[in-house]
Design a protein around this ligand. Sequence first.
Ligand SMILES: CC(C)(COP(=O)(O)OP(=O)(O)OC[C@H]1O[C@@H](n2cnc3c(N)ncnc32)[C@H](O)[C@@H]1OP(=O)(O)O)[C@@H](O)C(=O)NCCC(=O)NCCS
Length: 313
Amino acid sequence: MKEMFEGMINPWNKIIRNLSTGSEINGGRGWPYDSYKQEKNISPEKYTVSTIRGIIKTDNPTENNDYRVIMEWMSDPEVARHLRAPIHPISLKDFEAIPEALRKIDRYYYNRSRTDENGNIIYDKPEKITPLIAVNSLEEPIATLVIRWKGNPLVGSKKIEEQDKDKRNIASIENIIVEPKLQSKHVGTVLMAAALDVVFYRYKGYKEKIGADLVRLWIFTDPPAGDYSKNINLVRQLGFDSIGSDKGGTWREYAAARGMSDARDGQQYELTKERWEEMKREDAELEHPRLVLPLGIINEESLRIPHLSNGIA
Ligand SMILES: CC(C)(COP(=O)(O)OP(=O)(O)OC[C@H]1O[C@@H](n2cnc3c(N)ncnc32)[C@H](O)[C@@H]1OP(=O)(O)O)[C@@H](O)C(=O)NCCC(=O)NCCS
Protein backbone atom coordinates (compact mmCIF):
# COMPACT_ATOMS: atom_id res chain seq x y z
CA MET A 1 0.00 0.00 0.00
CA LYS A 2 2.81 2.38 0.95
CA GLU A 3 4.64 1.70 -2.33
CA MET A 4 1.46 2.26 -4.27
CA PHE A 5 0.94 5.58 -2.57
CA GLU A 6 4.49 6.68 -3.31
CA GLY A 7 4.11 5.57 -6.90
CA MET A 8 1.12 7.85 -7.21
CA ILE A 9 2.76 10.78 -5.50
CA ASN A 10 6.04 10.82 -7.38
CA PRO A 11 4.81 11.49 -10.92
CA TRP A 12 2.65 14.26 -9.48
CA ASN A 13 5.68 15.82 -7.84
CA LYS A 14 7.46 15.75 -11.15
CA ILE A 15 4.59 17.45 -12.92
CA ILE A 16 4.42 20.16 -10.29
CA ARG A 17 8.16 20.64 -10.44
CA ASN A 18 8.04 21.04 -14.20
CA LEU A 19 5.18 23.46 -13.94
CA SER A 20 7.06 25.51 -11.43
CA THR A 21 10.26 25.69 -13.46
CA GLY A 22 11.59 29.18 -13.38
CA SER A 23 8.71 30.46 -11.36
CA GLU A 24 9.32 33.10 -8.77
CA ILE A 25 5.72 33.30 -7.72
CA ASN A 26 5.79 31.33 -4.51
CA GLY A 27 8.90 32.99 -3.18
CA GLY A 28 10.62 29.65 -3.15
CA ARG A 29 9.04 28.41 0.04
CA GLY A 30 6.67 25.97 -1.55
CA TRP A 31 6.41 22.23 -1.59
CA PRO A 32 7.42 19.88 -3.16
CA TYR A 33 10.77 21.02 -4.48
CA ASP A 34 13.52 18.42 -4.11
CA SER A 35 11.89 17.18 -0.95
CA TYR A 36 12.90 13.61 -1.76
CA LYS A 37 16.47 14.57 -0.87
CA GLN A 38 15.70 16.02 2.51
CA GLU A 39 16.49 13.73 5.38
CA LYS A 40 14.31 14.29 8.38
CA ASN A 41 15.75 15.49 11.66
CA ILE A 42 19.08 16.77 10.42
CA SER A 43 20.70 18.38 13.41
CA PRO A 44 21.29 22.14 13.06
CA GLU A 45 25.01 21.70 13.75
CA LYS A 46 25.21 19.92 10.38
CA TYR A 47 23.89 22.87 8.38
CA THR A 48 25.03 25.82 10.47
CA VAL A 49 28.01 27.48 8.83
CA SER A 50 30.74 28.00 11.41
CA THR A 51 33.67 29.08 9.21
CA ILE A 52 34.33 30.01 5.61
CA ARG A 53 37.82 29.10 4.47
CA GLY A 54 39.95 28.40 1.40
CA ILE A 55 40.81 25.00 -0.05
CA ILE A 56 43.17 22.99 2.14
CA LYS A 57 46.08 22.03 -0.08
CA THR A 58 47.54 18.52 -0.12
CA ASP A 59 50.64 17.31 -1.96
CA ASN A 60 48.61 14.78 -3.87
CA PRO A 61 45.26 15.99 -5.26
CA THR A 62 43.86 12.49 -5.15
CA GLU A 63 44.17 12.57 -1.36
CA ASN A 64 42.46 15.90 -0.92
CA ASN A 65 39.33 15.68 1.21
CA ASP A 66 37.87 18.96 -0.07
CA TYR A 67 38.15 17.67 -3.64
CA ARG A 68 36.58 14.33 -2.77
CA VAL A 69 33.57 16.01 -1.22
CA ILE A 70 33.23 18.44 -4.14
CA MET A 71 33.55 15.55 -6.62
CA GLU A 72 30.61 13.83 -4.93
CA TRP A 73 28.49 16.97 -5.13
CA MET A 74 29.40 17.57 -8.78
CA SER A 75 28.45 13.98 -9.52
CA ASP A 76 24.92 14.47 -8.22
CA PRO A 77 22.76 14.94 -11.36
CA GLU A 78 20.55 17.45 -9.54
CA VAL A 79 23.61 19.61 -8.90
CA ALA A 80 25.34 18.99 -12.23
CA ARG A 81 22.39 20.17 -14.31
CA HIS A 82 22.85 23.73 -13.04
CA LEU A 83 26.60 24.00 -13.50
CA ARG A 84 29.44 24.25 -15.96
CA ALA A 85 31.58 22.13 -13.68
CA PRO A 86 35.14 20.97 -14.35
CA ILE A 87 34.03 17.30 -14.35
CA HIS A 88 31.10 15.35 -15.71
CA PRO A 89 29.24 13.37 -13.04
CA ILE A 90 30.97 10.05 -12.39
CA SER A 91 29.92 6.98 -10.49
CA LEU A 92 31.49 7.05 -7.07
CA LYS A 93 32.11 3.33 -7.48
CA ASP A 94 34.15 3.91 -10.62
CA PHE A 95 37.50 3.68 -8.87
CA GLU A 96 39.42 4.05 -12.11
CA ALA A 97 37.75 7.35 -13.02
CA ILE A 98 38.05 8.93 -9.57
CA PRO A 99 41.77 9.90 -9.60
CA GLU A 100 41.42 11.67 -12.97
CA ALA A 101 38.29 13.51 -11.75
CA LEU A 102 40.18 14.66 -8.65
CA ARG A 103 43.08 15.88 -10.78
CA LYS A 104 40.66 17.84 -12.98
CA ILE A 105 39.11 19.39 -9.90
CA ASP A 106 42.60 20.35 -8.67
CA ARG A 107 43.39 21.96 -12.04
CA TYR A 108 40.16 23.93 -11.84
CA TYR A 109 40.70 25.16 -8.26
CA TYR A 110 44.21 26.28 -9.20
CA ASN A 111 43.04 27.80 -12.46
CA ARG A 112 45.34 25.66 -14.57
CA SER A 113 43.02 25.44 -17.46
CA ARG A 114 45.20 24.71 -20.47
CA THR A 115 47.89 22.23 -21.35
CA ASP A 116 50.05 21.96 -24.45
CA GLU A 117 50.19 18.89 -26.68
CA ASN A 118 52.62 17.23 -24.26
CA GLY A 119 50.31 17.73 -21.32
CA ASN A 120 52.39 20.54 -19.77
CA ILE A 121 50.36 23.22 -18.05
CA ILE A 122 50.54 26.48 -20.02
CA TYR A 123 47.93 28.50 -18.17
CA ASP A 124 48.49 28.64 -14.43
CA LYS A 125 46.99 31.63 -12.67
CA PRO A 126 45.71 30.62 -9.26
CA GLU A 127 45.74 34.25 -8.13
CA LYS A 128 42.85 34.98 -10.49
CA ILE A 129 40.41 32.90 -8.47
CA THR A 130 39.45 32.60 -4.82
CA PRO A 131 37.64 29.38 -3.90
CA LEU A 132 35.57 29.42 -0.70
CA ILE A 133 34.44 26.44 1.37
CA ALA A 134 31.78 26.71 4.07
CA VAL A 135 32.27 24.26 6.93
CA ASN A 136 30.13 23.37 9.93
CA SER A 137 31.33 23.10 13.53
CA LEU A 138 32.28 19.46 12.86
CA GLU A 139 34.64 20.87 10.20
CA GLU A 140 32.73 19.11 7.46
CA PRO A 141 32.60 20.98 4.13
CA ILE A 142 28.95 21.84 3.41
CA ALA A 143 29.14 24.26 0.47
CA THR A 144 31.54 25.82 -2.00
CA LEU A 145 31.86 28.49 -4.67
CA VAL A 146 34.59 30.16 -6.70
CA ILE A 147 35.16 33.89 -7.12
CA ARG A 148 36.91 34.79 -10.37
CA TRP A 149 38.65 38.14 -10.42
CA LYS A 150 38.61 40.66 -13.22
CA GLY A 151 36.37 39.05 -15.63
CA ASN A 152 34.23 36.26 -16.56
CA PRO A 153 34.58 32.55 -15.98
CA LEU A 154 35.73 32.00 -19.53
CA VAL A 155 37.31 35.19 -20.70
CA GLY A 156 40.56 36.89 -19.79
CA SER A 157 40.47 40.07 -17.77
CA LYS A 158 41.67 42.47 -20.44
CA LYS A 159 38.80 41.77 -22.81
CA ILE A 160 36.23 42.36 -20.12
CA GLU A 161 37.90 45.54 -18.90
CA GLU A 162 38.06 46.90 -22.42
CA GLN A 163 34.39 46.17 -22.85
CA ASP A 164 33.35 47.96 -19.70
CA LYS A 165 33.31 51.62 -20.70
CA ASP A 166 33.11 52.75 -17.07
CA LYS A 167 36.32 50.80 -16.31
CA ARG A 168 34.71 49.02 -13.42
CA ASN A 169 36.39 46.06 -11.78
CA ILE A 170 34.10 43.12 -12.37
CA ALA A 171 34.33 39.85 -10.46
CA SER A 172 32.25 36.78 -11.14
CA ILE A 173 30.99 33.91 -9.01
CA GLU A 174 30.69 30.37 -10.33
CA ASN A 175 30.12 26.76 -9.36
CA ILE A 176 28.09 27.48 -6.24
CA ILE A 177 27.16 24.18 -4.61
CA VAL A 178 25.52 23.34 -1.31
CA GLU A 179 25.75 19.74 -0.06
CA PRO A 180 22.63 18.22 -1.64
CA LYS A 181 21.14 16.95 1.65
CA LEU A 182 21.56 20.35 3.28
CA GLN A 183 19.99 22.56 0.63
CA SER A 184 17.22 25.09 1.34
CA LYS A 185 18.55 25.69 4.86
CA HIS A 186 20.21 29.01 4.10
CA VAL A 187 23.71 27.62 3.71
CA GLY A 188 23.85 29.02 0.16
CA THR A 189 22.72 32.44 1.35
CA VAL A 190 25.38 32.60 4.07
CA LEU A 191 28.17 31.48 1.72
CA MET A 192 27.09 33.96 -0.95
CA ALA A 193 26.91 36.78 1.60
CA ALA A 194 30.47 35.95 2.67
CA ALA A 195 31.63 35.83 -0.95
CA LEU A 196 30.08 39.24 -1.61
CA ASP A 197 31.87 40.72 1.40
CA VAL A 198 35.15 39.31 0.08
CA VAL A 199 34.38 40.65 -3.42
CA PHE A 200 33.45 44.16 -2.35
CA TYR A 201 35.55 44.79 0.78
CA ARG A 202 38.40 42.32 1.15
CA TYR A 203 40.02 41.74 -2.22
CA LYS A 204 43.30 43.59 -2.58
CA GLY A 205 44.37 42.37 -6.00
CA TYR A 206 43.17 45.37 -7.98
CA LYS A 207 45.70 48.10 -8.59
CA GLU A 208 43.66 51.17 -7.80
CA LYS A 209 41.31 50.17 -5.03
CA ILE A 210 40.18 47.49 -2.64
CA GLY A 211 37.30 45.33 -3.80
CA ALA A 212 35.33 45.04 -7.03
CA ASP A 213 32.61 47.42 -8.22
CA LEU A 214 30.37 44.76 -9.64
CA VAL A 215 29.83 41.03 -9.48
CA ARG A 216 28.19 38.81 -12.09
CA LEU A 217 27.01 35.22 -12.35
CA TRP A 218 25.11 32.95 -14.73
CA ILE A 219 22.03 30.83 -14.13
CA PHE A 220 21.19 28.14 -16.68
CA THR A 221 17.55 28.33 -17.66
CA ASP A 222 17.10 25.59 -20.25
CA PRO A 223 15.23 22.27 -19.90
CA PRO A 224 18.39 20.38 -18.80
CA ALA A 225 18.63 22.79 -15.85
CA GLY A 226 15.24 21.56 -14.59
CA ASP A 227 13.81 23.69 -11.81
CA TYR A 228 16.05 26.71 -11.44
CA SER A 229 13.67 28.80 -9.33
CA LYS A 230 15.81 28.19 -6.24
CA ASN A 231 18.79 29.73 -8.04
CA ILE A 232 16.82 32.78 -9.09
CA ASN A 233 15.36 33.20 -5.61
CA LEU A 234 18.82 32.91 -4.06
CA VAL A 235 20.37 35.65 -6.19
CA ARG A 236 17.34 37.95 -6.11
CA GLN A 237 17.19 37.94 -2.32
CA LEU A 238 20.85 39.04 -2.34
CA GLY A 239 19.97 42.00 -4.59
CA PHE A 240 21.12 40.69 -8.00
CA ASP A 241 19.27 41.86 -11.13
CA SER A 242 19.22 40.17 -14.51
CA ILE A 243 21.17 41.80 -17.31
CA GLY A 244 19.07 42.54 -20.38
CA SER A 245 19.78 40.74 -23.63
CA ASP A 246 20.68 44.14 -25.15
CA LYS A 247 23.72 44.01 -22.85
CA GLY A 248 24.67 40.44 -23.68
CA GLY A 249 22.89 38.98 -20.66
CA THR A 250 21.96 35.67 -22.27
CA TRP A 251 24.33 32.76 -22.55
CA ARG A 252 23.68 32.17 -26.24
CA GLU A 253 24.66 35.72 -27.21
CA TYR A 254 27.56 35.68 -24.82
CA ALA A 255 28.87 32.37 -26.18
CA ALA A 256 28.26 33.38 -29.81
CA ALA A 257 30.13 36.67 -29.35
CA ARG A 258 33.14 34.69 -28.18
CA GLY A 259 32.97 31.97 -30.79
CA MET A 260 32.10 29.33 -28.21
CA SER A 261 29.98 26.42 -29.31
CA ASP A 262 27.79 26.13 -26.28
CA ALA A 263 24.13 25.63 -26.92
CA ARG A 264 22.77 26.15 -23.40
CA ASP A 265 20.34 28.87 -22.42
CA GLY A 266 21.34 30.95 -19.46
CA GLN A 267 20.67 34.30 -17.91
CA GLN A 268 23.33 36.58 -16.44
CA TYR A 269 22.76 38.48 -13.19
CA GLU A 270 24.73 41.30 -11.63
CA LEU A 271 25.03 43.15 -8.33
CA THR A 272 26.75 46.46 -7.68
CA LYS A 273 28.55 47.36 -4.48
CA GLU A 274 25.99 50.12 -3.80
CA ARG A 275 23.10 47.66 -4.07
CA TRP A 276 24.86 45.18 -1.80
CA GLU A 277 25.28 47.85 0.85
CA GLU A 278 21.61 48.69 0.59
CA MET A 279 20.67 45.00 0.99
CA LYS A 280 22.86 44.67 4.07
CA ARG A 281 21.38 47.79 5.65
CA GLU A 282 17.85 46.44 5.19
CA ASP A 283 18.87 42.99 6.44
CA ALA A 284 20.52 44.44 9.56
CA GLU A 285 17.13 45.71 10.70
CA LEU A 286 15.64 42.20 10.74
CA GLU A 287 15.48 40.12 13.87
CA HIS A 288 17.59 37.32 12.34
CA PRO A 289 19.84 38.95 9.76
CA ARG A 290 21.34 36.57 7.19
CA LEU A 291 23.40 38.86 5.05
CA VAL A 292 25.24 40.60 7.89
CA LEU A 293 27.55 37.86 9.07
CA PRO A 294 29.29 37.54 12.42
CA LEU A 295 32.79 38.97 12.41
CA GLY A 296 35.39 36.28 12.02
CA ILE A 297 33.25 33.79 10.15
CA ILE A 298 35.58 34.25 7.17
CA ASN A 299 39.02 32.82 7.83
CA GLU A 300 40.93 35.36 5.81
CA GLU A 301 44.35 33.79 6.27
CA SER A 302 43.14 30.74 4.42
CA LEU A 303 41.89 32.62 1.35
CA ARG A 304 43.94 32.99 -1.77
CA ILE A 305 43.83 36.76 -2.03
CA PRO A 306 46.80 38.71 -3.39
CA HIS A 307 48.59 40.98 -0.92
CA LEU A 308 46.37 39.91 1.93
CA SER A 309 48.05 36.73 3.08
CA ASN A 310 49.89 33.65 1.94
CA GLY A 311 46.92 31.49 2.81
CA ILE A 312 46.52 27.77 3.30
CA ALA A 313 46.03 27.16 -0.39
C1 LIG B 1 21.23 26.99 -5.51
C2 LIG B 1 21.86 26.67 -4.15
C3 LIG B 1 23.32 27.10 -4.16
C4 LIG B 1 21.09 27.47 -3.08
O1 LIG B 1 21.59 27.20 -1.80
P1 LIG B 1 20.61 26.77 -0.62
O2 LIG B 1 21.38 26.68 0.63
O3 LIG B 1 19.88 25.56 -1.06
O4 LIG B 1 19.61 28.02 -0.62
P2 LIG B 1 19.06 28.84 0.63
O5 LIG B 1 18.45 27.93 1.64
O6 LIG B 1 20.12 29.78 1.11
O7 LIG B 1 17.91 29.63 -0.08
C5 LIG B 1 18.04 30.88 -0.67
C6 LIG B 1 16.68 31.32 -1.16
O8 LIG B 1 16.29 30.47 -2.21
C7 LIG B 1 14.90 30.21 -2.11
N1 LIG B 1 14.70 28.78 -1.88
C8 LIG B 1 15.19 28.00 -0.88
N2 LIG B 1 14.78 26.76 -1.03
C9 LIG B 1 14.02 26.75 -2.13
C10 LIG B 1 13.31 25.73 -2.78
N3 LIG B 1 13.33 24.49 -2.30
N4 LIG B 1 12.64 26.07 -3.90
C11 LIG B 1 12.63 27.31 -4.38
N5 LIG B 1 13.29 28.32 -3.78
C12 LIG B 1 13.98 28.03 -2.67
C13 LIG B 1 14.39 31.05 -1.02
O9 LIG B 1 13.99 32.31 -1.51
C14 LIG B 1 15.58 31.19 -0.12
O10 LIG B 1 15.54 32.28 0.68
P3 LIG B 1 14.45 32.44 1.90
O11 LIG B 1 14.22 31.09 2.47
O12 LIG B 1 15.17 33.36 2.79
O13 LIG B 1 13.26 33.04 1.21
C15 LIG B 1 21.79 25.15 -3.81
O14 LIG B 1 20.45 24.77 -3.75
C16 LIG B 1 22.54 24.26 -4.76
O15 LIG B 1 23.67 23.89 -4.50
N6 LIG B 1 21.89 23.82 -5.87
C17 LIG B 1 22.53 22.96 -6.86
C18 LIG B 1 23.64 23.65 -7.66
C19 LIG B 1 23.20 25.00 -8.20
O16 LIG B 1 22.12 25.16 -8.67
N7 LIG B 1 24.11 26.00 -8.12
C20 LIG B 1 23.80 27.37 -8.46
C21 LIG B 1 24.07 27.71 -9.86
S1 LIG B 1 23.63 29.40 -10.17
